[in-house]
Ligand binder design. Structure first.
Ligand code: COA
Length: 260
């Protein structure tokens, strides 16, 4: 993995730990950080040794407190559209990644930070996490997919309320809305929970995990999700891992999946 300026990466036991590292700016996503996120995920897709990604924010105060408002303040109508489309594209890349991506959110998870967390496959929060889409306070709306993903995750009424008021909610409230999978007392425990989930997923057939990503995403797209499911099911059956999984069950042993 290359070295980055605004992102720290560390690979351990098949997991890429990606830390947004602008602690003095509450890990706000500036253009440079977004481009680095894109580069990281391009490498994650191609890198066979990386099996999963855990994303967090540096320090104890914030996961990511949004897009960088210094840059937002300079937008015009033309580059604002590009700004949104670029962020949407990078976050879709994360959402479509065939390896599990878990956001560990700690402290402020606002605006583009909440959108980044929602683009991940799951969210594990520490108790001090605060979620919100406060763009309305700046006279704008979420632009990195938040209007869509928040609505799909929490439903229309709650999404409208959160985006129209700009209110922040606690980790426990976020969990009760389905925005967060698990809440743990501290950031360290939240990371340990994410590692536990990822370890379980890494023991399964990688091709099947990738197919689950495609099928779940299809449920939220204009694709016929049932057709995607049938096609993906057939692709799994072509794999060596399918033969291994079914043989291992019948031979009463643990399967050894090879991702092929
Ligand atoms: N963009 C750029 N800088 C940001 C930022 C953002 N989204 N969020 C925080 N920062 C910066 C602050 O400007 C400050 O920088 P400075 O020390 O150079 O002045 C630093 O991070 C610390 O933030 P501060 O506001 O002093 O901390 P706080 O604890 O009082 O408040 C927040 C924390 C997160 C509530 C507050 O910073 C905030 O509301 N941020 C903006 C959230 C937002 O609107 N996000 C959506 C953007 S589209």
């Amino acid at each position: 993995m290359s070295e980055f300026v605004n992102i720290l990466t560390e690979e351990r036991n098949g997991i890429l730990y990606l830390t947004v590292n602008r602690e003095d700016k509450m890990n706000a996503l500036n253009f440079a950080t977004l481009e680095e996120l894109k580069e990281v995920f391009e490498q994650v897709i191609d890198n066979k040794s990386i099996k999963a990604v855990i994303i967090s924010g540096a320090g104890e105060k914030a996961f990511v407190a949004g897009a960088d408002i210094n840059e937002i303040a300079t937008l015009n109508e033309v580059n604002a559209r590009k700004f949104a489309e670029n962020g949407q594209e990078i976050f879709s890349m994360i959402e479509n990644c065939h390896k599990p991506v878990i956001a560990v959110t700690n402290g402020f998870t606002l605006g583009g930070g909440c959108e980044l967390a929602m683009a991940c496959h799951m969210r594990v929060a520490s108790a001090n996490a605060k979620f919100g889409q406060p763009e309305v306070n700046l006279g704008i709306i979420p632009g990195y997919g938040g209007t869509q993903r928040l609505t799909l995750l929490v439903g229309r009424g709650k999404a409208n309320e959160l985006m129209m008021t700009g209110d922040m909610i606690t980790a426990e409230e976020a969990k009760s809305l389905g925005l967060v999978n698990h809440v743990l007392p501290t950031k360290a425990e939240a990371i340990a929970k994410a590692e536990e989930i990822v370890a379980k997923i890494m023991s399964k057939a990688p091709l099947a995990i990738g197919m689950i990503v495609d099928c779940v995403n299809a449920a939220f797209s204009e694709e016929n999700g049932y057709q995607t499911e049938a096609n993906s099911f057939a692709r799994c059956v072509k794999s060596g891992d399918y033969k291994e999984g079914t043989s291992a069950f019948l031979e009463k042993r643990k399967p050894v999946f090879r991702g092929e």
